[in-house]
Ligand binder design. Structure first.
Ligand code: PHB
Length: 389
């Protein structure tokens, strides 16, 4: 949509809303994510995390009711995401935009958040540049450079020197490839081949053969969480990479907690760097897991997107509390800058300068715990910013 059309629609919406948004008796949160299609799990995980937060913290804050409106992008669909965001702002008069599983959808909505001065809480989309696209964006998830660069340290320290990279060919994949490769090479390692696979319906077999032919110590992988990790690990096992002694190192998207139990034994021993594991040991994580299970019967194991959504709601509650229930975009951003959250992943802060998340990145290994595979944390890099910022 053209900028002028957005402005006209926003003006019409403002005229309809005779009262300022805060005079409504509810605080509205519009959640934009895929709830159907190949990335349906992203929306469901976020919804699960939001339900878990609200089940344990109530649905009222500062005397007002919190109402969450879910919108399905069916994505990756930047155009649909933009249209839904416009509807949420103009028709539903939301106080917050939230969700955003996929980078292209977050990027499509950023100009609208800027123009409408709506705080936009990114609960997953993890390409570094996103937070620079609007002053009203705060990210509570991660960035791919943040979780990938530490793997470049871990690898060389552990004699993984010759590496093939394999990433999804779009923002987060390109970010992961760059951050990992730069850190690996700085430490004296070598990228022997860099492979990019399409975001939509990748056919992994020919790429996996190329990895095998290159005979590296390991393959470094970023693919978006979910079905693609299952497909990659299946090819890895079937094409004999494991037998050839080629290890898998990856961001935790590959072994995301929700799909890990269905991925089979080939994942055992896979090393990943990431900000959240369901196996994280802390009272905050125990409370989260309990609340997620109670609020989402049959919902399986929560993953990092559920956690980011839970934390995003925490942020929204804190902002609402501090502003006495009267949400103003600029005032909300002032509260979000520097905000500290006691997350199930460990403590995190929102960098006041970049509005991006600063957190611990853990090194984990897939191990059998009580008959189930888990990402078991065994080392950590504290206070990681997005390294590009
Ligand atoms: C993204 O599109 O930014 C994205 C999607 C899935 C992930 C990570 C990042 O696992």
């Amino acid at each position: 949509m053209k900028r002028r059309t957005i402005t006209a629609a926003l003006a019409a919406g403002a005229a309809l809303a005779a009262l300022p948004a805060w005079a409504q008796d509810t605080i509205k949160v519009g959640v934009i994510a895929p709830f159907s299609g190949p990335f349906a799990d992203y929306g469901k995980q976020m919804q699960g995390g939001i339900k878990a937060w609200m089940a344990s913290h109530g649905d009222r804050i500062a005397g007002r009711k919190i109402e969450v409106i879910y919108k399905d992008t069916t994505g990756p669909s930047p155009d649909i995401a933009k249209r839904l965001a416009q509807e949420l702002v103009v028709r539903d008069k939301v106080d917050f935009l939230a969700g955003f599983g996929l980078t292209p959808e977050a990027l499509a909505v950023a100009p609208l958040a800027q123009q409408a001065k709506k705080p936009m809480i990114v609960m997953n989309a993890a390409t570094s540049v996103i937070t620079t696209k609007s002053d009203y964006i705060a990210r509570v998830s991660m960035t791919l450079p943040q979780v990938s660069a530490p793997m470049g340290d871990w690898a060389v320290k552990n004699k993984v020197n010759r590496v093939v990279t394999l990433v999804a060919d779009y923002g987060p994949g390109i970010d992961a490839e760059k951050a990992f490769s730069e850190r690996l090479q700085k430490n004296g390692g070598k990228v022997v081949e860099a492979i990019r696979v399409p975001l939509r319906n990748p056919e992994f077999a020919p790429f996996i053969q190329r990895i095998k032919d290159a005979r590296p110590d390991a393959v470094f992988v970023f693919v978006p969480a979910g079905e693609q990790s299952i497909a990659f690990m299946k090819g890895y096992r079937e094409r004999g990479l494991q037998d050839a002694g080629i290890r898998v190192i990856a961001t935790g998207d590959l072994t995301d907690d929700h799909v890990l139990p269905t991925m089979g034994d080939a994942t055992l021993g896979v090393i990943t760097t990431f900000h959240y594991s369901a196996a994280h040991k802390s009272p905050a994580n125990d409370a989260f897991l309990k609340s997620f299970a109670a609020a989402n019967p049959g919902g399986g194991r929560p993953n990092f997107m559920a956690v980011a959504a839970y934390d995003g709601m925490n942020a929204i509650y804190q902002v609402s509390q501090k502003l006495g229930g009267r949400i103003d975009g600029d005032k909300a951003m002032a509260v979000l800058k520097g905000l500290r959250l006691d997350s199930p992943r460990g403590p995190l802060t929102i960098d006041p300068a970049t509005r991006d998340v600063v957190q611990t990145v853990y090194v984990r290994k897939v191990e059998n715990v009580g008959g189930q595979p888990y990402n078991v944390e065994f080392d950590q890099f504290a206070n990681q910013k997005d390294p590009g910022k």
